[in-house]
Design a protein around this ligand. Structure first.
Ligand SMILES: Cc1ncc(COP(=O)(O)O)c(C=O)c1O
Length: 495
């Protein structure tokens, strides 16, 4: 063999030129978001481009880059656009781009060995999250790929901590025999409005969907506390083993916030684990005039939230915090001989920090922390406080515009940063109004004007505007309302 292969470039100068161009293009893209349509659908020829076998041979990097520009970059979900308010997504920060590139330049792994600086960045970010959200500094925690992963981790800890038997060793079959002679089912409670990731979590955890007891809500779409107490008592009478209640700080559909202090009291009384899903809403805790909205959250045994939503950090990054760090370790820590801890610091302490991989199900993890660390240092926490408060104020501004337009009707008062409203054309019944409002959503999206989504509330469809966007301005909401009123009057509907 006359030479050995590598994946490094033959010519670093050529790579450097491409990298400079890519950075320039990325900065131009971010700086001109407002001038572009809010979203563009990938046309058929673009979708068809991604067919065919794996390439056996090389392709020039310039050509590959041109494919990115032509076939991928234009057809995004649009969440970095100033008029994107669909579902609940974040908008990203330019510093996040730099951080992702820097992390990739070291092929950074995070979570193992105490000599790796990345772990200290993550530990500091976790401490910052605890401090900002008013959670105890001694809590365990982990950055994750998002709140679905955070909910899964938290519910695994909750299940194991409260099961009353060794779930790791025995599995769910180890539960004491209940009525009917079978192992008694462990149950978790959340409202009918709580997120689907909780359903996925109980499925993954082998508990089965029917172990997640969906509790009805009150007229503000918060968990009904009396119904919850009744369900827990009945389940106990029936020989089931309630382990956990999930409170939501900001539901995806409407931003409703469960009565967190009352849930904390209930869980304390009943000996249940109290988990809070605060995917985006947890961050109301840092907004100067809104902290009270999520008061009680800090009493949770575990708290799941995202940084890629309302904190606007580049996807993906979420977080889970667990008050009893030992309980988190007991659920996940596992040390095979090839990962023996304490081998990284010969001659120093001889003791490795607990590895972050001991706090979750992943061993190799990306360096999610760097973009959080850089962005928080770049702007300071106070800027994030102001941006979140600004979004809450913008949601109230939008609610005011809706109230002032006779054709528009708001579903319920905005609890946080989500406004749900519909266009009402006289003479149309609810089914026709559903159709009309869905059409309005599609027109707004497909013409690239703005991206709301649609929620179903009380069986009716409403435009759903979740304001978690640091690029939005009040004028964007003026435009949205103008366009909804125009489309609502113009769009043909049979009714
Ligand atoms: C309340 C709530 N929980 C959990 C999730 C799941 O978060 P992720 O998409 O980051 O996995 C979401 C997503 O919108 C959410 O709104």
């Amino acid at each position: 063999m006359d030479h050995e292969e590598t994946l490094d470039p033959q010519d670093w100068t050529e790579l450097r030129a491409l990298a400079h161009r890519a950075v320039d293009d990325a900065v131009d893209y971010m700086a001109s978001l407002r001038e572009r349509p809010a979203w563009e659908h990938a046309p058929a020829h673009v979708k068809a481009h991604f067919a065919g076998p794996a390439p056996a041979g090389p392709q020039p990097v310039d050509e590959i880059y041109a494919e990115w520009l032509e076939y991928v970059r234009p057809y995004q979900l649009g969440n970095s656009h100033p008029r994107f308010w669909g579902w609940v997504l974040g908008t990203g920060t330019p510093m996040g781009v730099i951080a992702e590139m820097l992390a990739a330049s070291t092929d950074a792994v995070c979570g193992i060995y105490s000599f790796v600086a990345n772990n200290y960045v993550e530990l500091q970010v976790l401490d910052w999250c605890k401090e900002l959200l008013g959670y105890p500094l001694a809590a365990g925690g982990l950055l994750t790929s998002g709140c679905s992963a955070s909910n899964l981790i938290a519910l695994a800890v909750a299940r194991n901590a409260k099961a009353g038997f060794d779930v790791r060793e025995e599995g769910l079959a180890g539960a004491p025999v209940g009525t009917g002679g079978a192992p008694s089912r462990l149950t978790i409670y959340c409202s009918t409005e709580a997120h689907s990731s909780l359903t996925k979590a109980v499925e993954f955890l082998g508990m089965g969907t029917s172990s997640l007891r969906r509790v009805p809500t009150d007229d503000l779409l918060r968990i009904d506390l009396e119904a919850l107490a009744g369900m827990v008592a009945r389940d106990r009478d029936d020989g089931l083993r309630p382990v956990c209640v999930v409170g939501v700080a900001g539901t995806t559909n409407t931003g409703s916030i469960d009565d967190l202090p009352a849930l904390a009291d209930f869980c304390e009384r009943e000996g249940l684990w109290f988990h809070v899903d605060g995917a985006f809403g947890a961050w109301a805790a840092i907004a100067p005039e809104s902290r009270n909205l999520v008061a009680g959250m800090e009493r949770a045994d575990s708290l799941a939230f995202d940084l890629h939503k309302w904190m606007n950090l580049t996807y993906p990054v979420g977080c889970v915090l667990v008050r009893d760090a030992e309980a988190q370790l007991r659920t996940f820590s596992l040390t095979p001989s090839y990962l023996a801890h304490g081998e990284g610091e010969r001659g120093l302490t001889g003791v490795d920090v607990p590895w972050l991989s001991d706090y979750g199900f992943e061993l190799s993890r990306g360096f999610h922390a760097l973009k959080v660390w850089m962005a928080l240092k770049e702007h300071g926490a106070d800027k994030f406080r102001r941006v979140i408060q600004q979004n809450i104020d913008q949601a109230r501004y939008l609610a005011g515009l809706v109230a002032a337009a006779p054709e528009l009707e708001q579903a319920l008062p905005a609890a946080l940063n989500i406004v749900c409203f519909r266009y009402v054309r006289p003479g149309l019944d609810d089914a026709a109004l559903d159709q009309l409002n869905k059409e309005i959503e599609l027109e707004l999206q497909e013409r690239g004007i703005a991206v709301p989504s649609v929620s179903t509330i009380g069986g009716r469809k409403y435009l759903h505007v979740a304001v978690a966007n640091h690029r939005s301005r009040r004028e964007d909401f003026d435009l949205l309302v103008r366009e909804v009123v125009r489309l609502g009057a113009e769009l043909p509907i049979d009714g």
